[in-house]
Ligand binder design. Structure first.
Ligand SMILES: Nc1ncnc2c1ncn2[C@@H]1O[C@H](COP(=O)(O)OP(=O)(O)OP(=O)(O)O)[C@@H](O)[C@H]1O
Ligand SMILES: [Mg+2]
Length: 237
């Protein structure tokens, strides 16, 4: 296995009304290619702050973050945008799909922005939508899909640019339990196929699907453990 992420003594300090708040207070860990990691912790523990750093949406106040052998902590805004577009497949709690737009189009859009020709876009988008079990829903708009189906479209979209990591922020936060577990089965399948998955969640029964769980409290890692009794779900395509 090779190292894909290295976070070293990372701090993120916010200054509010003259007072300094350490949202992250000296966090260090590495992630190998092919891991499936859940990041847990109570409200205010620093999960979203960490997600923003890992997703190259922000840089640390101090410490280093290396993704795919590139030092992201020292990058300019333009370089960060490049990393976001090519190395990170984002999956958000609120799906972030265009509403009156078909699944096929939603998945194709990032490839369009990247200048990939139309026939290749269509082929790839169809492939990834099939992969997440939506081959019968290519022409449905977002409002014609259930929450779980919309999240699957978002996962297909995240896969299109062959990202180094899939980064999910509370991916099941808006979903009922059965649809949440369906999303977990897709993450497990993608992980078996070699994708590196990092998922932020505050729900223990969702984190139970990951191979490793990192727990934050007050901006520090208080636990980093392999999940010996992992919940395994079969994906029905
Ligand atoms: N932009 C900001 N300015 C000032 N303080 C912030 C900012 N963002 C986060 N914080 C503070 O940093 C700490 C960590 O916040 P963060 O959003 O990372 O927590 P979280 O673990 O994602 O919580 P939740 O589960 O509620 O989403 C909190 O104390 C929060 O108030
Ligand atoms: Mg948060």
């Amino acid at each position: 296995m090779s190292e894909i992420i290295s976070v070293n003594e990372v701090k993120k300090i916010y200054s509010v009304g003259g007072q300094e708040i350490a949202a992250l207070d000296g966090v260090s860990f590495t992630i190998q290619k092919g891991e499936f990691v859940a990041i847990m912790g109570p409200s205010g523990s620093g999960k979203s702050t960490l997600m923003h750093l890992l997703g190259a949406l922000d840089t640390p106040s101090s410490g280093t973050y290396t993704l795919d052998n590139q030092d992201v902590s020292a990058m300019s805004d333009d370089q960060l945008a490049e990393i976001r577009n090519h190395k990170i497949g984002f999956i958000f709690q609120a799906f972030n799909l265009l509403p009156r737009t078909t699944a096929l189009k939603n998945v194709s859009l990032p490839m369009m922005y990247a200048g990939i020709p139309k026939t290749e876009r269509q082929k790839k988008a169809t492939h990834f939508l099939e992969l997440v079990g939506l081959k019968d829903r290519l022409q449905n708009t977002s409002s014609q899909l259930s929450g779980g189906q919309q999240q699957r479209v978002a996962i297909a979209r995240a896969l299109t640019m062959s990202p180094s990591i899939l980064l999910a922020d509370e991916p099941t936060g808006n979903l009922p339990t059965n649809q949440s577990f369906e999303i977990m089965s897709i993450f497990q399948q993608l992980n078996e196929e070699g994708h590196t998955v990092i998922m932020i969640t505050h729900e223990p029964d969702i984190a139970a699907h990951a191979k490793r769980v990192i727990t934050l409290r007050d901006g520090k890692i208080i636990k980093d453990q392999l999940n010996k009794k992992r919940a395994v779900r079969k994906h029905s395509k």
